[in-house]
Write a protein that binds this ligand. Structure first.
Ligand code: FES
Ligand SMILES: [Fe+2]
Length: 373
């Protein structure tokens, strides 16, 4: 399954290439290899710094590698920890929220937001037990423009190296000024690659989104680093963050460069985080693989702080929420149909359209990681 000869047709140039065979989307063995070779040492998207506005705010992040806690500590710093107690390993928190300390639900060991073990009831008689030796296990955590990522690999390359020129291309959206105002969650019965692939081509928009978004035109984007992007053109008076036929609602972001004024970037930070940059807002789709045929999706809706402060923001934002929920339901349903199709097929390999260059690129990136060379 990991012999590179099996994938020679995928390796060809786009217009000669075949798509990945079905087992890449249906085999537990292939999925286990992705876990080892991609997800164990990559950066996992967490959310926005502004979602942790004050000390005591905690995000629980479930990844296929493990569960993590991301906390705003008492000094205003943001820290990442493995979500497990140092006594006998119980998961500390199930839900994001606020707290003054992290208390284990089993025997009530309590930890500060800096990870230090504060109290360990009933441990007084234990020989050579010093609470200082049992802090929560730290994870590598870095942010770019307010977007937080963690890695379970202490030796992971710096986030800046992973992202390459991503922050430069998007800088006119003033990333640090964005505020995440809402999250939407979905559970999808499809392999993670079907979902991120779908988010990287506009070929399907005229059919899957016929009654919502309609057909879209896209261009490729040159990128440096572990990311790719599709640029979708729109006119200079209305973004595509609301459905066609609706008037432009919320104001455009001030100071956008010329390219940013005329369209929307659908990015993919490898392996499976999409951040979309439109003229009036930014939204993210964070795909987290659960197993070979199940994925969770979280969407985060972000607007500039000045937009969020508008008195009628709550009313004006509704068409955006409507667009995200409706279009996402359409994308999820088609990915589930694709999963069912591959589950039935013996081994299929199709062809890529010229507009599916990002899909071809992502598939080859996956092969670069998982194959034995
Ligand atoms: S496992 Fe957490 S206090 Fe015992
Ligand atoms: Fe779509």
């Amino acid at each position: 399954m990991f012999d590179s000869d099996l994938y020679r047709e995928v390796r060809k140039p786009l217009l000669d290439a075949q798509t990945l065979p079905s087992h890449c989307y249906t085999s537990d063995e292939f999925f286990r290899r992705e876990k080892q070779r991609i997800f164990s040492d990559t950066w996992h998207f967490v959310g926005r710094e502004d979602e942790l506005p004050e000390s005591g705010c905690v995000l629980v992040v479930e990844t296929m590698v493990g569960s993590a806690l991301v906390c705003r500590d008492e000094n205003g710093g943001i820290r990442g920890f493995i979500n497990a107690c140092r006594h006998r390993g119980t998961k500390l928190k199930e839900q994001s929220g606020r707290c003054r300390q992290l208390v284990c639900p089993y025997h009530a060991w309590s930890y500060g937001l800096d990870g230090r073990l504060r109290t360990a009831p009933g441990m007084g008689e234990v020989n050579n037990f010093d609470p200082k030796d049992f802090p929560l296990q730290s994870l590598k955590l870095e942010s770019v423009g307010g977007f937080i990522f963690i890695s379970f690999d202490a030796n992971a390359a710096a986030l800046g190296r992973w992202l390459g020129d991503f922050p430069d291309v998007m800088q006119s959206h003033h990333l640090s000024d964005l505020r995440c105002v809402k999250r939407f969650s979905f559970s999808i019965n499809a392999n993670w690659k079907f979902l991120i692939e779908n988010s990287l081509e506009a070929y399907h928009t005229g059919t899957v989104h016929q009654s919502t978004l309609g057909a879209q035109d896209s261009e490729s984007v040159d990128t440096q680093g572990q990311w790719d992007a599709l640029y979708v053109l729109s006119d200079e008076t209305k973004s595509i963050a609301t459905l066609p036929g609706q008037t432009q609602g919320l104001p455009f972001i001030q100071g956008l460069n010329e390219k940013a004024k005329r369209g929307t970037w659908f990015t993919a930070i490898y392996p499976c985080t999409q951040i979309v940059f439109s003229q009036d807002c930014v939204w993210w789709l964070d795909f987290k693989p659960v197993n070979v045929s199940q994925t969770t999706l979280t969407i985060g809706a972000c607007f500039p702080s000045s937009t969020v402060a508008m008195t009628d923001f709550d009313r004006q934002v509704q068409p955006y929420y409507d667009r995200w929920t409706r279009a996402t339901a359409e994308d999820n349903a088609i990915a589930e149909a694709q999963q069912r199709g591959h589950q039935l097929a013996l081994e299929t390999a199709g062809r890529y359209a010229a507009t599916e260059h990002c899909v071809h690129q992502l598939n080859n990136w996956v092969l670069d990681q998982v194959l034995d060379h």
